[in-house]
Design a protein around this ligand. Structure first.
Ligand code: SF4
Length: 104
């Protein structure tokens, strides 16, 4: 799983990130090109833009699932599956209502 304490500094701020275990296979930038790309240093990929819509969120999730070294993280939520009934506290939409919690 990705480690939020090891996220590359050149990820843009936000919940999605690439950590320092990235091996620059470029799969994420192929799967979610609106959000991931090679860093300027050329030795890892980064999140250069946080997902802005459901399609980009889905592409980023696929990239996270497919990353061969699990270097993609999403606010630490990848660390443990979210149990039914705990979705509101975990940041995802409610299981039954589909309503996402507010983080004002
Ligand atoms: S898929 Fe994973 S290992 Fe490959 S470039 Fe993206 S973050 Fe790095």
């Amino acid at each position: 799983m990705a480690d939020a304490t090891q996220r590359w500094e050149d990820n843009v701020p936000g919940k999605w990130y690439v950590d320092k275990s990235c091996i620059l296979c470029s799969l994420c930038s192929d799967l979610a090109p609106n959000n991931f790309k090679e860093s300027q240093q050329g030795d890892h990929d980064v999140v250069y833009r946080q997902p802005r819509n459901p399609q980009e969120e889905e592409q980023s999730k696929v990239a996270m699932e497919q990353c061969p070294v699990e270097a993609i993280g999403c606010n630490g939520l990848e660390a443990a599956p979210v149990a039914v009934g705990e979705r509101e506290t975990a940041g995802g939409p409610h299981e039954k209502t589909g309503v996402a919690p507010r983080h004002d």
